[in-house]
Structures are given as C-alpha cells and as structure tokens.
Design a protein around this ligand. Sequence first.
Ligand SMILES: Nc1nc2c(c(=O)[nH]1)N[C@H]1C(S)=C(S)[C@@H](COP(=O)(O)OP(=O)(O)OC[C@H]3O[C@@H](n4cnc5c(=O)[nH]c(N)nc54)[C@H](O)[C@@H]3O)O[C@H]1N2
Ligand SMILES: Nc1nc2c(c(=O)[nH]1)N[C@H]1C(S)=C(S)[C@@H](COP(=O)(O)OP(=O)(O)OC[C@H]3O[C@@H](n4cnc5c(=O)[nH]c(N)nc54)[C@H](O)[C@@H]3O)O[C@H]1N2
Ligand code: SF4
Ligand SMILES: [Mo]
Length: 677
Amino acid sequence: MASTSVLGTCHHDCPDTCGWVATVEDGIAVKLRGNAEHTYSQGELCPKVNRFIDRVYSPDRILTPLIKSSGGFEAASWDDALALVAERWHATIDTYGGEAIALWWDAGTQGLLQESSLDKRLFAKMGTSRKTGGVCGVAAGWGAVVTDGTGKGADPANVVHSDLVVLWATNTRLTNRHLWPFVEKARANGATIVVIDPLRTITAESADWFIQPRPGTDVALMLAMMHVLIRDDHLDHDYIERYTTGFDQLAAHVAECTPEWAGAICGLDPAEIERLAAAYGQAKAAMLRTLIGAEHHSGGAMFFRALGCLPLLTGSWREPGGGLARSVGSWADSMIDFGAFDAPHLAPGPRRGINMNHLGRMLNDPDLDPPIKSVMAWNGNPVVTQPNANAWRTGLARDDVFVVVSEQFMTDTAAFADVIFPATTQLEQVDVVPSWGHLYVGWNEPAIAPQGGAVPNTELWRRLARAMGYTEPELFESDRDLLASAMPDVDLAELRRRGFMRLPLPDDHLPYAEGGFGGVDGRAEFVSTAFAADGVPALPTFTPPIEGPNSDLAERFPLALLSPKQHTRFLNSSYTHLPKHGPAEGGPFCEIHADDAAARGIAEGDPVRVYNDRGSLDLPARLSERVRPGVVAVPFGWWSADHAGQGGVNVLTNDGLTDWGGGVAYSETLVEVAAAG
Ligand SMILES: Nc1nc2c(c(=O)[nH]1)N[C@H]1C(S)=C(S)[C@@H](COP(=O)(O)OP(=O)(O)OC[C@H]3O[C@@H](n4cnc5c(=O)[nH]c(N)nc54)[C@H](O)[C@@H]3O)O[C@H]1N2
Ligand SMILES: Nc1nc2c(c(=O)[nH]1)N[C@H]1C(S)=C(S)[C@@H](COP(=O)(O)OP(=O)(O)OC[C@H]3O[C@@H](n4cnc5c(=O)[nH]c(N)nc54)[C@H](O)[C@@H]3O)O[C@H]1N2
Ligand code: SF4
Ligand SMILES: [Mo]
C-alpha cells in the first residue's frame, strides 16, 4: 500500500493556524495529526480538527452543483449551473447595473488564495457592489491604529516573559488554545494571570484573578487604571516624552475618572480597580492580551484605542513580555503583498460598498437604489453567524433575489440558494495560510484529489469568468502563479518542503521598544486627530452602550445577552451538524443568574423564551453563577434545526455598527427571558 505524508496547515478562522501532517494511503486520507515540527502549535490540533477527516468524507458533503427546484435541490452539471448563473447575472447587470449584485464572504478559510484572491478581479470586472466592514477584527484593528498609528502589536508568544498577564475579553483556553501553554509557562515563572470578562469562562476558571465587569463598560475601567497610574506615578516618563503625544491632555481628561467612578459603571468594587491598576503599574512586563470579543459592542473600536494607552503610560513596550498582544495578522505584510490580487482597472467604474453586517437589512429595504437582485456568498454561513439573522432569512427568501452559494455542506445559508457550487476542503486545495495568532506562515499542500465535482474557490472564479464570457488573462491566473505574485521574495519551494516559515522578523521581536509608532513624527497618540475628524472623541472616552441598561429598550428588555463561542468542538457554525461534534456538545441553553431566574419564576431546566423585537428562541434555562445578575448567555454556533427551526442565537443580536471601522455590536443586545410552557 502506498502511504505518504503531506504537510498542510489548518485554514480555519482561528488564531492558532496549526501545522498538520496528513497520512494518505492509496489516495485516501487516513490520518490527520499536528505537525510536531511546528514551532508554535507543536504537534497538537484541537477537538474540532482532530476529526477533520470525518468532515472531508462526510456523506453530507455537497459534491455536485445543485439548482433549486420546486421540490428542493437537484443535482446539475457544472456547465448547466454556470450557464444559469451567467445568464441571470448578465440580465441583472443589463437591467440594474452590476451593483445590484452583492457579495458576502468571510474567513471560512483564511488561506491567501481561497479566502479572497481571484474573486477580487472577477467581481471588479462585473462591477458588483463591494463588501465592506467586517464581523471579526476590523473594528479592533482600526481602534488600535488610532492609538499606535499601526495595527501591529506584540508577539503573543512573548507572554512567557511576562510577570502579569491580563487576558482581557478573550477566552484563551477555548479560542486560542495553543497560546495557553505559553501562559502557563509565564505562571510557572511567577506571573499572575488575570481574566477580565463578564462571563466566567473556562479561562476565567483557570485564572489567578477573575474580574467580572458589566458588558461594554471596560473603557471606564481602563480610564480609571490610567487615573491611578498617573496619580501614583507608575509612569515611564522618558517613554511618554520620547514616543507619545498628548499626555498632558490625557492626564487632565482622566483626573476625574476615579476607581469609584468606574466602579459604579462597571459594577466592580473600587478597591479591586485600585488593586488592578497598582498591579499593572508595578509589573515589570505586563502583557495585555485580547482578540475579538471586545469589538462586538457599539464602543468596539474605542476599547482597543483605550487599551493601547496603558502600555504607553508604563513603557512596558520596552520589555520582552510587555505591551499589547492582539491579532498579529498585519505583520504578514512583511512577507505577503496583499494588494497583488486587486485589479481595479477591470472595474467599469466606482462600486458601491455594502457593509456585510447590513446586507440582511438592505435586502429588506424597498427604497434601495439600485436594489439587490443577487447575492453571492462563500466562506461563511451568514444566516447563522450574522446578527439580526431574521432580516437575512426574509431577505434571502425574496423571490426576486438570485442567491448563489459556494459550500461544502447544506448550511442554513446554502438552503436559501438558487444555485450551490460544491467547494473543496483544505485537504483538497493548495494554499498559503497567514496567521493572526503567531508569526509563522503555513503551506497547505493538497493531500487528496477533490472529492466529486468540488472545486477550490479560485477554480470557481475562473469557471464563472469563462461562463460570463470574459477573456482578460488576469481572471484566469493559476493558483501557483497567484501565490508567486503575492510572495515574490519567498522561496515557495522551501516553504512547501518545510510546511511553515517564520515571517522575516527577529526572534526577540519588540516592535515599539524604541518608539517607531505610526502616528505623527513616529509617535503614538493619546489625542487622536483621526477619531475627532470622524466624530469619535479624540481622547479615550467611555460611552455607555447604546443598547444598554440606560436605554429606553431596557424597560421592556432588561437583560444583556452575551452569545460568545463556548464550544470546543465547533468553529463558529462549522461542525455543528456532524455526528461526533453537535451531539457531544449537548445543545443550546440559556444561562441566567439565580436572582433573575427567581424573579421570573424560572427553575433549573425549565423551558424559557428568550426574546426581543428582533426574534425569539425557546431554550432550557441553566441557572448559572457564570453570569452576574442582569446578564444572560446563550452559546453561538448552533443551527436553526438545533433551535426547533427558530434560527440560531443571532436572530436576537444587534446589527448596530461599531463606533469606527464598520464592525458590529453582537454583544450589545438586550432581551427578556420568560418562563415558557
Ligand atoms: N473552539 C473555538 N475556537 C475559536 C472559535 C470557535 O468558534 N470555537 N472562533 C474563532 C474566531 S472566528 C475568533 S474571532 C476567535 C475569538 O476569540 P476571543 O476574542 O477570545 O473569543 P470571543 O468568544 O469572541 O470573546 C471572548 C470573550 O469576550 C467576552 N466579552 C464580551 N463582551 C465583553 C465586554 O464587554 N468586556 C469584556 N471584558 N469581555 C467581553 C465574552 O464573554 C467572551 O468570553 O476565536 C476563534 N477560536
Ligand atoms: N452571536 C455571535 N455571532 C458571531 C460571533 C459570536 O461570537 N457570537 N462571532 C463572529 C465571528 S468573530 C466570526 S469570524 C463569524 C464567523 O462566521 P462564518 O464566517 O460564517 O463562519 P462559519 O460558521 O465557520 O462558516 C464557515 C463556512 O465556510 C465554509 N468553508 C470552509 N472552507 C471553505 C472553502 O474553502 N470554500 C468555501 N466555498 N467554503 C468554505 C464552511 O463549510 C462553513 O460553512 O461569526 C460571527 N458571529
Ligand atoms: S481550528 Fe485552530 S486550534 Fe484547531 S487545528 Fe485549526 S488552527 Fe489549530
Ligand atoms: Mo472571528
């Protein structure tokens, strides 16, 4: 039997970007394990991807194009499905213009090729609307840029050198599990591990110190920390002087932001805020670690902007193990030219931008001009994962909207499609995968042939371009040529042979030890001219949540709903439907504090209805000490079928945008919970 080992890289929207080794026997993948050589992931995958082979060979895979008919879906040939789509798109473009076609895609694969590459060219040529905004990381990134002038931060692996690790709005043990050993190493060296989260997560359970503020109030906590740092002179005056601007204005601005003031907003004991600020000020190398959770609020960008001010005050950027570690995705521009796939010259003219978070709303807008007549969705499952999901359901159900989806499975979104194209999995496609959790880039060599008629996204874009009758050579570039054009200075043969490669950054990478920020004169900015120009306060400022306890809505819907990732076997809404994943996670539920439950006559396990003006879900109640009074939590990732056809938790969530950057406020959602049944 011919057995080979093929090096690849996990493509999932996960910071860990693990290296893997597939064992292939007679063309069939029989084993997938972590690549023990991989410097960061060190031979381990995770409970999701350990069973990836089941996903690849699942009997539920979509393996031919499907066309919707009156009785459901019918298998079609590639030629027929492509011809139908091309005919409908040409008709739409002729009647309404290309902008009547809207795009939605996410990071279902984060591979350089298969996330978004040739699609940029095809849809420029068609003159479709552009996708703008983001569900994951744009508000965070832009918020960080406001303070540092660059979205770049510390290497999270440096956490091993820290003496204080603050895991702020991140559930490391679940969402970033390969960083946890680094955190434990810091603890073994004497570091204190702090978790700041409104939910007592599994990471909070493992911390030395858990701080549980009200959701959406962290900026007040940060301002109080700044107040104490300045009051007690826990400052690196030299660092502030050399590398920042606006300190005097900041000092005046936070003079009134006492721990008592913040304690009342955050629902925390002022003494605890004093202790946190003192610990932060006295630490030699305090690492702030955050990922995405905090951006899902109306003040999402301000969170990152304000957080960035803390290490500027203490100068902890000077220390290995200091600074602020969030997504390191943008460091990959040291190796990859992310503009290489753009081809604006192909576009017939300027193209309307549609924020991906508002496509659901816009599908229901009768006055939209031009109207949306077609949606092309790939690399995601928006009907489950976008907020205000009922707007998506009614919008995509419209008869006059032609929906095209590229998928591996019949997701809740695919079920709304008029045409579905079958997509390959990572074992079947070539790619290079940059990471947002570490400083290595991974190669993904296809281990097996594409299953059935499935094709990589890049091949779909080539086939669609041909079906549309286009001839520009840019639209047909091969995968290997695309990679070479985006990574001209990289020895791709070497990357392929080794499976991964470090970005060209030094081992002791300390980005701002000696300044080098991206603001005016290379400084970081306590006062932001960019924010002010856009109507956001120039100084870090706490603004109460728009859909929060002080809003009019709170009279009818007094409980704040959190809906974070909680499942070890799901990746967002992926895997939920597979037999060794969904059932093993049990099912969805609503966590509610005993006081709130008692006030509503709810006991453990009772059926409850969680509702607001956007939607309603029936769930079992779980009386829980993990949430504080006034806060409830429902896990995210379950499909509509797991909720008796009512949709996932996102039928309840808020699609209001963040203050800056075009992100969205999932976690700023008010609901009421009532006994049902
Ligand atoms: N197992 C697993 N791993 C995953 C994923 C998955 O679905 N499953 N998803 C991946 C993806 S796409 C991403 S973006 C990352 C996200 O990684 P993280 O950002 O670490 O995860 P989240 O669950 O989005 O948010 C983290 C925490 O933020 C908290 N939070 C919400 N609002 C607030 C607030 O106002 N203040 C504070 N302090 N905390 C708040 C939530 O309670 C949650 O526990 O995880 C990735 N990893
Ligand atoms: N309530 C709530 N909602 C959230 C979040 C939350 O914490 N709470 N988190 C938000 C965040 S941070 C994120 S990133 C989003 C994630 O939301 P989505 O991006 O929608 O993520 P998934 O649900 O994993 O869907 C990915 C889909 O891509 C498909 N796919 C994978 N690889 C390929 C490929 O190569 N080609 C094609 N064509 N398809 C492929 C998979 O089959 C899968 O169905 O969810 C957001 N929604
Ligand atoms: S999902 Fe994340 S933790 Fe799991 S194998 Fe992929 S990169 Fe690693
Ligand atoms: Mo995400």
